[in-house]
Design a protein around this ligand. Structure first.
Ligand code: SF4
Length: 112
């Protein structure tokens, strides 16, 4: 079996803290992934046929290693993320543009 599309919850940290959050994300949420673990895992999957990886959470922009991971996987496979949009401004937005993901999904302002 080939897993063509991979979806990874980077963290369950999210400053939006919606009461209905599907994985109970919250501002004090955490992660166990390191950037090296993520990149190595995705590269192994890519060698076995994975063509795309999608990063979610929680809020992926609240995962400190996101930009490094996106940059290290650039050109390897399709990279996307789903964000609540709260951090899509200022320095964070500049860093995201520099990391150049292939696609960014934004959830609605009052949704999840
Ligand atoms: S924005 Fe999404 S990830 Fe964040 S708390 Fe709300 S439902 Fe959960």
């Amino acid at each position: 079996m080939i897993v063509e599309r991979l979806s990874i919850e980077l963290t369950n940290r999210c400053s939006k803290h919606c009461s209905f959050c599907y994985n109970h994300s919250q501002p004090s949420g955490d992660t166990s992934w390191t950037p090296d673990e993520l990149v190595n895992f995705v590269l192994e999957c890519q060698k076995r046929g994975t063509k795309a990886v999608s990063f979610g959470g929680g809020e992926p922009l609240e995962y400190p290693g996101l930009f490094e991971v996106l940059q290290r996987l650039r050109g390897v496979l399709f990279r996307s993320l789903t964000s609540n949009g709260l951090k899509l401004q200022g320095e964070c937005l500049k860093q995201l543009v520099a990391a150049n993901p292939d696609k960014v999904h934004c959830t609605v302002p009052n949704g999840g």
